[in-house]
Design a protein around this ligand. Sequence first.
Ligand SMILES: *[C@@H]1O[C@H](CO)[C@@H](O)[C@H](O)[C@H]1NC(C)=O
Ligand SMILES: *[C@@H]1O[C@H](CO)[C@@H](O)[C@H](O)[C@H]1NC(C)=O
Ligand SMILES: *[C@@H]1O[C@H](CO)[C@@H](O)[C@H](O)[C@H]1NC(C)=O
Ligand SMILES: *[C@@H]1O[C@H](CO)[C@@H](O)[C@H](O)[C@H]1NC(C)=O
Ligand SMILES: *[C@@H]1O[C@H](CO)[C@@H](O)[C@H](O)[C@H]1NC(C)=O
Ligand SMILES: *[C@@H]1O[C@H](CO)[C@@H](O)[C@H](O)[C@H]1NC(C)=O
Ligand SMILES: *[C@@H]1O[C@H](CO)[C@@H](O)[C@H](O)[C@H]1NC(C)=O
Ligand SMILES: *[C@@H]1O[C@H](CO)[C@@H](O)[C@H](O)[C@H]1NC(C)=O
Ligand SMILES: *[C@@H]1O[C@H](CO)[C@@H](O)[C@H](O)[C@H]1NC(C)=O
Ligand SMILES: *[C@@H]1O[C@H](CO)[C@@H](O)[C@H](O)[C@H]1NC(C)=O
Length: 874
Amino acid sequence: MKFQGVTVLAIAARTLAASVADCPGYTASNVVDGNGTITAELTLSGTACDIYGTDLADLKLLVEYQTESRLHVKIYDAGLDVYQVQEAVLPRPSSQDVLSSDAAIQFSLIEEPFSFSISRTSSGEVLFNTNGSQLVFESQYLYLKTQLPDDPNIYGLGEHSDSFRLPTNDYQRVLWNSESPLIPRLSNLYGSHPNYLDHRGEAGSHGVFLLNSNGMNINIKQTESGDQFLEYNAIGGILDFYFLAGPTPSDVSKQYAEVVGLPAMMPYWTFGFHQCKYGYWDVNYAAEVVGNYSTANIPLETLWGDIDYMNLRQDFTTDPERFPLHKMRELVDTLHQRDQHYIMMLDPGIHRVENYSSYTRGSEAGAFLQADDGSGYRGVQWAGEVVWPDWLSVNAQDWWTNELAMFFDPETGIDIDGAWNDMNEGSNFCGDVTCDPAQAAIDGNDPPQPTNAPRNNTGRPIPGFPVDFQPASSQQSRLIQARPDSGGAMKGLSGRDLFTPAYHINNHRGELSDYTLWTNITNSDGTSQYDTHNLYGTTMLSSTRKALLSRRPGIRPFVLTRSTFAGAGAKAAHWFGDNASTWDDYRASIAQLLAFATVHQMPMVGSDVCGFNSPAEEHMCARWALLGAFMPFYRNHADISAPPQEFYLWESVSEAARKGIEARYRLMDYIYTAMYRASATGSPIVNPLFFVYPNDTSTFGIDMQWFYGDAVLVSPVVENNATSVTFYLPNDIFYDFWTLEPVRGEAANVTVEDVDWTDIPVHIRGGTVLPMRTESANTTTLLRQNNFTLVVAPGVDGSAAGSLYLDDGESLDVAGAYSDISFAWDGTTFTADGTFDYGTNAAVESVTVLGWDEPVTRDGPWGLDGPFEFTLSS
Ligand SMILES: *[C@@H]1O[C@H](CO)[C@@H](O)[C@H](O)[C@H]1NC(C)=O
Ligand SMILES: *[C@@H]1O[C@H](CO)[C@@H](O)[C@H](O)[C@H]1NC(C)=O
Ligand SMILES: *[C@@H]1O[C@H](CO)[C@@H](O)[C@H](O)[C@H]1NC(C)=O
Ligand SMILES: *[C@@H]1O[C@H](CO)[C@@H](O)[C@H](O)[C@H]1NC(C)=O
Ligand SMILES: *[C@@H]1O[C@H](CO)[C@@H](O)[C@H](O)[C@H]1NC(C)=O
Ligand SMILES: *[C@@H]1O[C@H](CO)[C@@H](O)[C@H](O)[C@H]1NC(C)=O
Ligand SMILES: *[C@@H]1O[C@H](CO)[C@@H](O)[C@H](O)[C@H]1NC(C)=O
Ligand SMILES: *[C@@H]1O[C@H](CO)[C@@H](O)[C@H](O)[C@H]1NC(C)=O
Ligand SMILES: *[C@@H]1O[C@H](CO)[C@@H](O)[C@H](O)[C@H]1NC(C)=O
Ligand SMILES: *[C@@H]1O[C@H](CO)[C@@H](O)[C@H](O)[C@H]1NC(C)=O
């Protein structure tokens, strides 16, 4: 009811308001073309339209040819008051100041009315063009529209659960991070990534990144006369664009990583199989899961602890009865002795009760966001009434680092291997302005539900809070603290309505502040949640990463996060949130994988395998066990309201999982090599078909198949409960991964019938060399001792190439102790060459060359301590 009321009002407000077409636009003057840099002043061309705020009269334009393939176009307020994303959150790349004549893309502008366009130097192809519509730059509204070709191939603008290739008519992307149970379609989800890739086949690919963290609606539409366009409608920030020239799709990915940061290198073990469930109600249950995986002979690498372990749902505590500390230490010791790992959840909401030391220490340190009376700003999360860390403050970082150091102390606490950040959209169970956090936390002894999904707090009830709670005395002294002055410091214009701005973004959770932190809360650095909301998750994961690094210096930290912003891949892994155990979400996970790993540069991603909410059906779970085995992050996870779905619970799922994990583990070093390339160069860890076949128009819309790495084509069964699959094979040679039989792709669909529940069609792309372990193992530690076999899959021209990267799997800086070996096959001679500085006993036992005839195997062994080569005569 409430949502409906709000929507009606917002629509009414919009119809009364003037349209952007009535706005005067800007005139450019003092255009200075300074050798790779262009500056200009932009002045409002007429009477302000003030449709959703106040028009800013004086803007500046800065254009930088930063590299030959990257153009930076920034339109900002002359007074530098308007909020700009903090450098500390997203460091900007420096400009190499190239000459425009050397650049692959060109900027040009029309002075009056001001518009600009970007075109490709080599062909003149126009990539972005704002001509024909006015720029609107108001205190609480930005509008910019670009023309696009007909039926464009646009990807990205995540996070969403829609098709990988975005719809092109009447499609809207809303960027506003929110807890989004069941990952609804056509909605804003947990993360915001305002960048897209535009693929034009033979004319090339380019990328567009709008560095802006404010809430926005992005529309991809056609005018009544059929002209295609994309338009940005943001409620704040500046227009800070990075145009990336490509020309290949993977060039765009790499160029994007140069802007937002190369992906973080992941520890080797994190590519193992992970198991989690909300509802492992005590330490014995959790231990039993590990035991049952062993008994079923399904390799389990990592056990996860959801909020079950916490005392009263408080971070940095364990439930004294169900998860007593000494038992937890025993559990983790046992896991470590078995070469297994343990990861625990940390939520941002800090329980506001006086006898909780993490809270009192945080209050004393000034680590929490403040309400307008100077007390801790309150909301509701799992623990009940909570306060929220101000991740932008040094106080919060120091407090958080210390809390992690104490609780996860290997000698006295729980020696975790990684951390999991959930609820970090700033999910708040206190839904709207009428909600009183203290009351909401008490009601029903349980926080209000974020959805209607049932939950069962098994074991024990979660008690509520004392009604007469008084703020801690340390907080009193901080009352009425002066807020930092934000004038001229890019911290946000003053005088805005930060709670109910006139322009309405279509947040599926309701108003801006519904179910999250109020947007009029001021951060310690003087910025407001209105501008930084979409950064809350990323600043939390960043603080967690720093805390893990401080706890174990030199060891690659592993942080899994639900909420993200552009650049989060440089620090963390991501799962696609609280999906459902449905075929629809099974399918959606492929498009999500492709968008995150390629366009958004977050390689370590995957969905909750077998689905999080609702019961998982056996056959779907068997298929998903195989699907997830070919995605970088592979974790089975379910909600407390869902029946258990560990793979070992069904025989068919066990068999599917054993098969999937065996293939995954044998390919572990191949995908680890792809991870290394991603972290070193930005080349994507997985590839949509059009990344490999950019001129084949049949591939542009495919999001039911993908390359795991760049050589292993995965074509799963995707229809509900089906046993056949129709998939596309480009014009190329492939080899069945399971039988090694050659298959000639003819740029056509092929249908495979009778795909068993425990099977998944996988092909090796011709032209590649796959390094594989000779055998799988029960843990990645044991796997690393196994030898290699190399599978040579000749391409149409008879040649093949591949590579293998090896290091210790965990050092942040391997300091030269790595091997990076290139393999090449020219039809008769095989060579292995490169650097060989990682000491390993593992050897290459054999090399198998595939072909139309029976595969030919040459036995080694060859040590991985130097180059080798041999010739095979037919
Ligand atoms: C532009 O920069 C290039 C390279 O730094 C330099 O050779 C050239 O003289 C400069 N041109 C102008 C007009 O400043
Ligand atoms: C800009 O658009 C106008 C019509 O809206 C057109 O006449 C003009 O040629 C366009 N200029 C450029 C450079 O695209
Ligand atoms: C795609 O077409 C372009 C333009 O014709 C060409 O330069 C490029 O090499 C082609 N790419 C592939 C992978 O065939
Ligand atoms: C482990 O397996 C035993 C024997 O099948 C079963 O009784 C028990 O419920 C299982 N426990 C878990 C946590 O799956
Ligand atoms: C934020 O807005 C709400 C609703 O209008 C108001 O009750 C509250 O006092 C405001 N808080 C701040 C910090 O301005
Ligand atoms: C919650 O779980 C407990 C323990 O398994 C069970 O006894 C109880 O019936 C469940 N409650 C609901 C509402 O499902
Ligand atoms: C799935 O298909 C099998 C036969 O292939 C059938 O026996 C089963 O009932 C189907 N299950 C569902 C949930 O439709
Ligand atoms: C392959 O099949 C899909 C639908 O199953 C269809 O959309 C696509 O056009 C087909 N591709 C070719 C090349 O026939
Ligand atoms: C895992 O361990 C079991 C029991 O020792 C053994 O039978 C099995 O072969 C091992 N699996 C692998 C893949 O090495
Ligand atoms: C690996 O190959 C070497 C050389 O043939 C051999 O000595 C060693 O036993 C093999 N290791 C394993 C784990 O099979």
